[in-house]
Design a protein around this ligand. Sequence first.
Ligand SMILES: [Mn+2]
Length: 316
Amino acid sequence: MTTYKYLKDKKVGIIGCPFSGGQPKEGVDEGPIKMIEFGLIEQLEEMGWAVEFDGHHKFTSLKPSEDPNIGKAKRPRYVSRVTKAVAESVESHLKKGHLALTLGGDHSLALGTVSGTFAAYPDACLVWIDAHADINTPESTESGNLHGCPVSFLLDVNDMLISQEMTESFSWLKPRLRPDRIVYIGLRDVDPPEKEILKKYGIKAFSMTHVDKYGIGKVVEMALDAVNPDRDRPIHLSFDVDALDPTVAPSTGTPVRGGLTFREGHYICESINETGLLVSVDIMEVNPTLEDEVSVFETVTVGCSLVRCCLGETLL
Ligand SMILES: [Mn+2]
């Protein structure tokens, strides 16, 4: 049984985020709704967690009537308003001593979840599980989709190239993430400008090549050694289901072959739970509208089982 260093009691606040504005495909806003429909709350209660869930966020009221691109970036004001609300939800759960569980929705939501976590726990570290680095700047992004950009906004560095206009649109956001407090696992589709950013700031990243070479057990250990060497900092785990191989989680917006196996994905969650340091979890980019019924079922259920492993489910 895991003892949770930073939680007051075994209580989890679920933040349902039906939001798709950080990318072009409809349907990713259905992800959290389906995960709840599939019985996630009951599953966590059976595991002994008290669950606080006040229904999904209603973001459509936050949609601005006009939201022209800033540079290439699409829907910047909408993303900003939504992620501000998410940041406040996450922070309030954490300040009550609960674990915060955010269900997405597209990965631009991490602008909110990570901001909320670092507001409550400035000393936290971030473990980012993804096929992509999501560290494009609004200038370097080719697609203009902000779900590929959140990490560049969050980094606490003084020379990130983010325009004045964009900074003003996100005036609520304080970049608090030091480059030595984020680590990636699962990368395999990283844009050239993103590679430069990772190098420039010395950000630790374990690609699928590292997983092949060392095995997932060693990779998780090395990842935690990098951002949490004494195993005393709160951990935020941001898990994009596209880190998993498309055979495991097919119903997601930007699948990339050669990903984590079912067990590798779950192992990451199990071993982060074992640290007892987890305070905040995101499960992102579950899109139950892209594939056939079987693929959707597989993807939604894998989202739920990742959550359960994060919250302490074990095989024995
Ligand atoms: Mn992502």
